[in-house]
Design a protein around this ligand. Structure first.
Ligand SMILES: Cc1cc2nc3c(=O)[nH]c(=O)nc-3n(C[C@H](O)[C@H](O)[C@H](O)COP(=O)(O)OP(=O)(O)OC[C@H]3O[C@@H](n4cnc5c(N)ncnc54)[C@H](O)[C@@H]3O)c2cc1C
Length: 243
């Protein structure tokens, strides 16, 4: 463990799969162990590229956001959605404990400033939650004095990733506010609808917040349009597109 303050330029790592767990029908959480004595320093929100082997060709490099907090330095976790016919996500989903995987990182600038100027709102759908699992845990570990909102949308009841973790944090951390919403619920009695339609309902003083959005581009574009309609300045809107 470290305070997660240090960062280094990107590097190549030979990792081993330590565990692979189903989070939902289409998502796994994979923990990769670094070689003994190696540590990786990164900022919450950064991603790695994994090398997907291809017969007779160079490996395919695919980006995945780091889903574990920077305080964990001898291993890291990814949260990967299985895309139908997807080469890289298919590769990750067939990994087994002990498999070797080459990884390059950390990369990317989708990170938080060292001192938050105002409250933050994280908005995600599906595996877009990955960088926010790292950021939220990092902020709470550092005992931020700002409010941290998470507005997380999914389709079905069993699609919510890390649900128990989020609910536990929301019950123990008074400045962490959790809002889950489902677009096609079955037995769910909580909020229903898309994330974009929930901003006005859940976020107080919404022009005074910084927004971080992550997931697929259709969701991000519609949330950005909504925030502009609500007169949130562009300088307070940050995003990472997966496609
Ligand atoms: C900076 C960055 C970080 C990323 N982090 C993550 C992450 O943490 N977890 C993750 O699952 N993916 C993440 N992605 C997406 C990932 O890089 C791949 O694009 C994705 O796994 C599909 O690759 P594939 O080879 O399986 O599919 P391909 O054969 O390349 O097919 C791509 C298709 O998959 C769609 N797609 C891409 N991502 C998703 C998704 N998450 N859910 C549903 N459809 C998708 C695209 O719209 C496109 O139509 C990230 C992308 C970027 C650029």
């Amino acid at each position: 463990m470290s305070t997660g303050q240090r960062t280094r330029p990107f590097e190549m790592y030979e990792t081993r799969v330590e565990s692979i767990d189903n989070l939902s029908p289409r998502n796994v959480n994979v923990r990769f162990q670094l070689p003994q004595g190696k540590e990786k320093y990164f900022k919450a929100g950064q991603f790695v590229q994994i090398f997907v082997p291809r017969e007779g060709d160079k490996p395919r490099r695919t980006a995945y956001s780091i889903a574990s907090p920077p305080q964990l330095t001898d291993s890291f976790e990814l949260c990967v959605t299985r895309v139908d016919g997807g080469v890289s996500s298919g590769y990750v989903h067939q990994l087994k404990k002990g498999d070797k995987v080459t990884v390059l990182g950390p990369l990317g600038r989708f990170t938080l400033p060292d001192n938050l100027p105002r409250d933050v709102v994280f908005i995600a759908t599906g595996s877009g939650i990955a960088p926010f699992r790292s950021m939220v845990n990092d902020l709470l570990y550092k005992e931020t004095d700002k409010n941290v909102y998470l507005l997380y949308g999914n389709r079905h009841d069993d699609d919510i990733l890390y649900q128990k973790e989020w609910e536990k944090l929301a019950s123990t951390e008074k400045n962490f506010k959790l809002y889950l919403t489902l677009s096609q619920p079955k037995n769910w009695t909580g909020p229903k609808g898309y994330v974009g339609s929930k901003i006005e309902e859940f976020i107080p003083n919404l022009k005074e917040k910084d927004y971080y959005i992550c997931g697929l581009s259709t969701m991000i574009d519609s949330v950005k349009d909504k925030l502009r309609e609500l007169e949130v300045p562009d300088s307070q809107i940050h995003f990472e597109k997966y496609d």
